[in-house]
Design a binder for this molecule. Structure first.
Ligand code: SAM
Length: 235
């Protein structure tokens, strides 16, 4: 089985030598087989045990990384980490383009794979930048965890799918982040409802990332979808 560490070595190499596109390098990290019914058939060959076990549609996630690049993101806070697939890719991508990264990971069920990444894989040393990762292994309803929460460039919500829970998590991260990215706003009814409600009242501008694989017309299904909330004054 390909381990997280093996997939990470490959991803770093791709980022460094740019031998394949960012999209292809994300696909190469492997996506989580748990989600087999949510992904189009074209992606099924990447669903093997192991790798980074990403739980995002790679084309949409590529757009999110580009957006983070374009908006000078250096710090982010995320609720819902899983095995760390998207969190790790974002840290590595930002570090690879020379940014010093500060990131906080909130999840009551932090996995051994994610701990291994944070404690053993040292993205800062690899990319020659400063990377600080704080793991908060608690339920987000304990936010702010008795901590002074700093301001982040980006907040990411990808945890439980219930309406009220999702809405509460959006409010938490919105209060400490300039931009907000919310997962699964296109397909899961409770998330969609929470997103629509929150964006209507937040006073922020918003957009959706709903891209699919070019060949996905066959399934014609927007997978996950990211809702992005922007500050009014940001272009
Ligand atoms: C879909 S996974 C995250 C996947 C990850 N973002 C990725 O793309 O690879 C959802 C995560 O939410 C976490 N979770 C479950 N209940 C939660 C809760 N009440 N609050 C916060 N996180 C929760 C789970 O432990 C799980 O790690």
């Amino acid at each position: 089985m390909r381990t997280m560490e093996m997939a990470l070595v490959e991803f770093r190499r791709h980022l460094k030598v740019k031998d394949i596109s960012l999209y292809d390098s994300i696909c190469d990290c492997q996506i989580n087989p748990i989600l087999i019914n949510g992904y189009p058939i074209e992606l099924h060959s990447m669903m093997k045990e192991g790798g980074l076990a990403l739980m995002q549609e790679p084309l949409q996630f590529t757009r999110l990384l580009r957006l983070a690049q374009a908006h000078d993101v250096k710090s982010f806070i995320q609720i819902g980490i899983g095995d760390g697939g998207d969190f790790i890719l974002l840290v590595e991508y930002l570090a690879s383009i020379g940014r010093n990264v500060t990131s906080w990971a909130i999840d009551p069920n932090v996995t051994p794979q994610f701990y291994r990444y944070v404690h053993d894989c040292d993205p800062g040393a690899f990319w020659g930048v400063t990377v600080e990762i704080k793991i908060i292994p608690f339920h987000p309803n304990q936010f702010p965890f008795g901590l002074k929460i700093p301001r982040f460039d980006l907040g990411i919500v990808d945890s439980e799918h219930g309406h009220e829970i999702r809405r509460a998590n959006m409010m938490r991260l919105d209060s400490c982040s300039d931009m907000l990215a919310v997962h699964d706003v296109s397909e899961i009814q409770t998330v969609m409802a929470a997103w629509n409600e929150y964006r209507a009242t937040s006073g922020r501008r918003w957009s959706l990332i709903n891209d699919q694989q070019p060949s996905v017309e066959i399934t014609n299904k927007p997978i996950c979808g990211y809702g992005i909330l922007w500050p009014k004054d940001k272009p």
